[in-house]
Design a protein around this ligand. Structure first.
Ligand code: UT7
Length: 331
């Protein structure tokens, strides 16, 4: 094993301008602001409208450009681009290839990574491994989703939760022991019955029937997913502490997937964390799927200090879930 670790050295983010409030949703489905706020913690979410006809790559490129500018990074030095997403621009041609070309990462290769709401978390493991292997020096990991492209705005159990957005991080080698320390990642394929999108893949290709029966939209059995999310995300967070002989006092920041404030509260309680260490922006963005974790980093970057202990945790369709312990590498 090399003694090089993989650290995050720059972050960037992008959310669309258009704000969809709970009050706007009241006009589309039978719901109300009080219900959405008390059950999820969400007040509003962003929807990609400013460049009609654009896909997830539009936001991924903006997030990457924000990172390159803030970090003063030459895109030609990037070795690899990973786009974590469940809403790629299209199937077959990877969104990452297009993003890499558009940002000027002319010496990079890239691909997409799909693991529902855990896509970015699992992508952190992939990106860090590429660095630790010694083969690559700069890996750009982008997490982003245009959830509005697969949300059914007549289904109140899903349309209130999701929003659009993207965030980006750069992984680089570190010799001070900072960066990714440990990971606990899991999947359970029996979960695909409870959260997913039936049509459009090889199992059920698009047809008149699939369109008529609204099979190209995301669906979820909210109550079941909630139950699994609470127990598994909290469990993963607790495990990562235990494995690294940490207590809640040793953790500086919890970076939890933003699906439901009640799931986040259950996770932080189980880990013994005070609420001031738990980062949240769910109230303004909702659940951006692969975008939640990097958007938290982009929003709260100024709070992090070199050496801070960050714990990431996520749960998503599949089922997929896990937790990552990372030491922050810069001020
Ligand atoms: O990020 C990927 C993973 N996804 C998640 O983690 C989501 C996990 N699930 C959840 O966050 C929650 O289950 C929801 C927010 C989706 C729903 O909250 P809940 O507290 O689990 O509600 P429920 O499904 O148990 O429904 C309670 C009641 C039902 O009415 P009855 O049967 O008690 O009369 C629903 O029909 O609330 C009703 N309901 C609504 N009412 C107003 C469901 N959705 C709505 C709505 N507005 N939007």
């Amino acid at each position: 094993m090399s003694n090089v670790s993989a650290a995050i050295t720059a972050v960037g983010g992008f959310v669309p301008k258009f704000v969809m409030t709970n009050q706007m949703l009241e006009k589309l489905v039978e719901t109300n602001d009080e219900w959405i706020t008390s059950r999820t913690g969400i007040k509003e979410r962003r929807i990609l409208k400013e460049d009609e006809g654009s896909g997830t790559s539009y936001m991924a490129i903006k997030a990457a450009e924000d990172l390159l500018k803030k970090g003063n990074i030459n895109p030609a030095e990037i070795d690899m681009v990973i786009v974590a997403t469940v809403t790629p621009d299209s199937l077959v041609a990877s969104t990452a290839a297009f993003v890499a070309s558009e940002i000027g990462a002319v010496n990079a290769f890239g691909y997409d990574l799909l693991a529902a709401c855990s896509s970015f978390l699992f992508g952190m493991s992939t990106a860090a491994s590429m660095i630790q292997s010694g083969r690559y020096k700069k890996v750009l990991l982008i997490g982003g989703d245009k959830m509005s492209s697969i949300v059914d705005y007549t289904d109140r159990t899903t349309c209130i939760i999701f929003g659009d957005g993207a965030g980006a991080v750069l992984f680089e080698p570190n010799t001070e022991g900072l960066g990714l320390q440990d990971e606990y990642l899991r999947t359970d394929g029996t979960g695909r019955a409870y959260l997913g999108m039936d049509a459009g893949g090889s199992l059920l290709p698009a047809s008149e029937e699939t369109v008529k029966n609204r099979k190209h939209f995301i669906y979820q059995d909210g109550r079941t997913v909630f139950k699994f999310a609470v127990s598994n995300m909290a469990d993963a967070g607790a495990k990562i502490l235990e494995r690294n002989s940490l207590t809640g006092d040793d953790v500086d920041w919890l970076i939890p997937h933003q699906a439901n404030k009640r799931i986040i509260d259950a996770t932080s309680n189980r880990m013994g964390l005070s609420s001031d260490k738990v980062l949240m922006n769910i109230q303004k963005y909702g659940n951006t799927t692969s975008g939640t974790l990097p958007l938290l980093l982009a929003d709260f970057e100024s709070k992090f200090k070199k050496g801070d202990n960050l714990v990431f945790a996520a749960f998503g369709g599949g089922f997929t879930w896990g937790s990552i312990y990372l030491k922050w590498a810069y001020n």
